[in-house]
Structures are given as C-alpha cells and as structure tokens.
Design a protein around this ligand. Structure first.
Ligand code: PGA
Length: 251
C-alpha cells in the first residue's frame, strides 16, 4: 500500500443491524476515529433503513456513510428500490455496487451494474464497484480473465479514478474464512491496476480494496501488499473492536 493513495476501510453491514445495535456500533467507530487519524478513510455501509440515522449519529466525525446498492434511475415506479440521489439526500457519500451477493441473489449483470455506477456518479456519490471470480474460475486458472471481463463490462466511460473505488472480492472468500494467498491477491490487484490505467486517464491511482474474510488477524498482511489500498469488510465490520483493529492495520 502506498500512502499516495489514502487507504479506505469500508464496513459492509449487509442485511444486519437494528437501530439500537447499529447506532451503538457506528458511535463507537466514530468516537475512536475522532480520537486520532488512523491514516485511512472509513465508510460504514448500513442497511438502507439505518443510513440516515447512522449519518446523523456520527455527523460530527470524519467517518462517512454509504449505501449497499442503488437503482439506475433517479426516481420512478420501482417498488422497493432506492435511487442514488435518495442515498445522497440521506447522507451517503459512497455506495457499494455490483456486490456478488446482488449479482447472485438479484441476477445483476455487468450492464446493470454499469448503469448503477453511472447513476451513482451522476448523483455525486463515490461508487465502490465489486468484482471477483467464482471458486470454479479460480480452480480452472481463469480468474484474471473473469475479473477483467467483469471490470470491462461494469466500469462506465464516465468513471474517474477519484470517484470510483474497485473492490476485488473473490466470491469463494466471502463469509467463508478462506482467503487467497498474498501472491494471489497482489497478482489480481496489479492486474486490476493495469486494466484501470488503460480504461481511464490516471486510472492507476484508483483505490483498490480487497474483500473476503478480512479479519483482525489477517488484515495487516493483506493491507501491506503493494497494490492493496484498503478493505471491504463484511462479518468483521459488525463488531466494533474487530472493525477498529482492521482500521488500525492500515498503518
Ligand atoms: P466478509 O464479507 O468480510 O464477511 O467475507 C465481505 C463482503 O462481502 O463485502
């Protein structure tokens, strides 16, 4: 990790958290952040029901709030969906897009993810675009190509290195306790950095997060890799102590 790209630690709460637990978790993180700069940016991505309340609870801190998805349109007849301007209005500055759970559970294609990233950028949000190979693709030795196709299909023309963050999340590492080896992570991140350099002017400067079973005991090793600029943390972001230990591993 090079400090030219300030690291980002993002907590993806997924479908977890009621008001009492969620606000307490967010307040702990914000209080620790305000006690001193840990050397990285922090964003918490609670479920949509808590976005505004979390944002208000930590509004005095440097901790940002993000959504976990948005619709490509600004408004309209889309029952159950939330638009990028709505997330902005509720206090978000980031949004996670193309997470593998949405690609799987909701059949999201690269084309749809690209339209969502475009919507996020139009609204002024920073898009955290997720890509990652399946276990089968890793086993068959085609992970680099699979991830390149995902990135090529879901990164819009309008993307800019300071408005997009790319998260490499191997599907088989999410919530499983398994992670790729350090050389495998570094190889994929270097590959993504080269692809981003070709896709955007200055694209090499895009922040690249690793996600998938990041825990306090493996964070320092992963975050120390040259092309890893932070982490997208699921399970361990639900415990304040664990998440904060990961934040502190940026140094
Ligand atoms: P995990 O999830 O840390 O629980 O593996 C990561 C993610 O899905 O963003």
């Amino acid at each position: 990790m090079t400090q030219a790209r300030r690291p980002l630690i993002a907590g993806n709460w997924k479908m977890n958290g009621l008001a009492a637990t969620g606000l307490a978790l967010a307040r702990d993180i914000a209080a620790w952040r305000e006690a001193g700069d840990p050397g990285c940016d922090i964003v918490l991505c609670p479920p949509a029901t808590l976005v505004r309340a979390v944002g208000e609870a930590i509004s005095d801190s440097a901790v940002a709030v993000g959504g976990q998805d948005c619709h490509p349109a600004e408004s309209g007849a889309h029952t159950g969906d939330i638009s990028a301007p709505m997330l902005l209005d509720a206090g978000c500055s980031y949004v996670i897009l193309g997470h593998s759970e949405r690609r799987q559970d909701h059949g999201e294609t690269n084309e749809l993810v690209r339209a969502k990233v475009e919507a996020a950028l139009r609204a002024g949000l920073i898009a955290i675009l997720c890509v990652g190979e399946s276990a089968d693709e890793r086993d068959r030795g085609v992970a680099l190509g699979a991830v390149a196709r995902q990135l090529g299909g879901s990164l819009p023309e309008a993307a800019r290195p300071d408005r997009v963050v790319v998260a490499y999340e191997p599907v088989w590492a999410i919530g499983t306790g398994r992670t790729p080896t350090h050389p495998e992570i570094q190889e994929m991140h270097a590959h993504l950095r080269a692809l981003l350099g070709r896709a955007m002017t200055g694209g090499e400067a895009t922040r690249l997060l690793y996600g998938g079973s990041v825990k306090p005991d493996n964070a320092r090793g992963i975050l120390g890799l040259p092309d890893v600029d932070g982490a997208l943390v699921g399970g361990a972001s639900l415990k304040a102590d664990d998440f904060w230990a990961i934040v502190q591993s940026c140094r």
